[in-house]
Design a protein. Sequence first.
Length: 250
Amino acid sequence: MKTNHCAMLWALPLCISLIFPFESTAQYGRLRTKQASSFNLVMGGDMAFRLLQSASEDALTQEVLDRRNTLENYKFNLKFGLDYHLGFGRSYAFKMGLRYANPGFSVDGVSTWERNHEINSEPWLQDHYGSNLTYNYQMVEIPLGIKFSAYRSTCQPYVELGVAPTYYSKTIIREEKYDGTRTKTSRDENLTRWNYVAFGTAGGNFSITKVLYGFTQIVARYQLNELRTDYIRERLLGLGLECGLRVYLE
């Protein structure tokens, strides 16, 4: 399933590019003195994972840390939302938006698992016939940043840098057993509610109509604060691809 998600994510921009050819124009997405403002519909995802760090040197903490590092794997992180770009110079725009995201991790072959336990204390045991667990942190992002566009170039390449205040609401744990049955558990974990994620993007636009454009962009993210602050600390990071539609307002 992970492979199919990745293939679809990377194939979509290529298909759009073949349907709508690139177009070069000096007035591309800008007025005479500044970038035109725009609304953007964004969708895509990244391969999300986490960084773990021990806050204690005792043997039990190290055992749990080693177990998590050994058993947990990356997962596909779905993202979608809206952005607004406010042009304020020939090449610059201020970015603000609202996104849904579900970063986390997966664990394969778990034969012992207690739904009511915190992740750092669960006595996981692996077995060939065990369950596959996927931890999805339900989050809402508010990306804030600056966009720089090379407006005189074909397909107008651009880069963005910024920080996204991100609100954690709950964790959804999906369990798929070896016999194919599936269950879903929702849990409000003791995690940091407000988090801050640094992001950087690099992408390009292509024209569809005079005011409607498509775009694709590579996105990298790194969480600046700790999501978990107990004896095993956790941060999130990801690298992926997004695509969408951009409607210029001026």
